[in-house]
Unconditional design. Structure first.
Length: 248
């Protein structure tokens, strides 16, 4: 039985004082949460979440990483630095990084490998744009994104990863994939992995991301192949994030 994982992606939001209010509110409401919970925060706040969350049921992580191990890469942050702050998770391949910063499937695979080499779990994002969905190539796109990681790291690497299916048209738009639309892609992802390794497929945690809110979380998280959520906007509100965590 897969344990659900609900992870907040704070994106470029927060301040020391806002974070403190959010974290203390979340910690106060965790008693009846059965799902695993994590928050992925901006780099400057890793020390804050490490000191606030260690010894609690909430794990933490980052939203990006360099594919390089060290060196003259001004402004970059490598995986071993994230490990220094006891990050459990690192998001790789978020659609904002693919679209705004030009991250390719190959680069995302390199980042995935760097995260695992440092002993952390990548939250590996895949998903199609609206144009791709309308063109009927959703499965091709998701397949291509996954193949880059499988080619570089092998299918067994997915046993130490989380996949997040995030249709780009649903991220931050308020438009959520219907439970049936999401389930169909999740089932496709699991079947694709099953064709290579049935054991890895059964254990693989596949999150849904894209405007998940308290009012749609129960139905989405009730689908057989949806094993949690990657939450953007709603992760910044204590009550909303806790309500989604409780739905998991
Ligand atoms: C995300 O950025 O990963 C995300 C799912 O955002 P939102 O929940 O705001 O759509």
């Amino acid at each position: 039985m897969r344990r659900k994982l609900v992870a907040g992606n704070w994106k470029m939001h927060g301040s020391l004082s806002e974070n403190e209010a959010l974290l203390s509110g979340l910690l106060a409401g965790m008693a009846d949460v059965k799902a695993g919970v994590a928050v992925c925060v901006p780099f400057p706040y890793l020390a804050q979440v490490q000191s606030r969350l260690q010894g609690t049921p909430i794990a933490w992580g980052a939203q990006n990483v360099s594919q390089e191990a060290k060196g003259a890469f001004t402004g970059e942050v490598c995986a071993s630095m994230l490990k220094d702050f006891s990050c459990a998770y690192v998001i790789v391949g978020h659609s904002e990084r693919r679209a705004i910063y030009g991250e390719t499937d190959g680069l995302v695979a390199d980042k995935f490998a760097a995260v695992q080499a440092a002993g952390m779990t990548p939250i590996f994002c895949v998903g199609e744009t609206l144009a791709e969905r309308e063109a009927g190539v959703t499965q091709d796109v998701v397949s291509r994104q996954m193949d880059a990681v499988i080619a570089k790291c092998g299918v067994a690497s997915l046993a130490r990863a989380v996949v997040a299916y995030e249709p780009v048209w649903a991220i931050g738009t308020g438009v959520t994939a219907s439970p049936e639309q999401a389930q169909a892609v999740h089932a496709f992802i699991r079947a694709k992995v099953r064709a290579l390794d049935a054991g890895v497929a059964e254990g693989l945690v596949i999150q849904y991301g894209g405007s998940m809110k308290p009012n749609n979380a129960v139905e989405l998280l009730g689908q057989p192949d949806i094993d949690g959520g990657l939450i953007g906007g709603a992760a910044l509100n204590v009550d909303d994030f806790l309500a989604i965590c409780r739905a998991g």
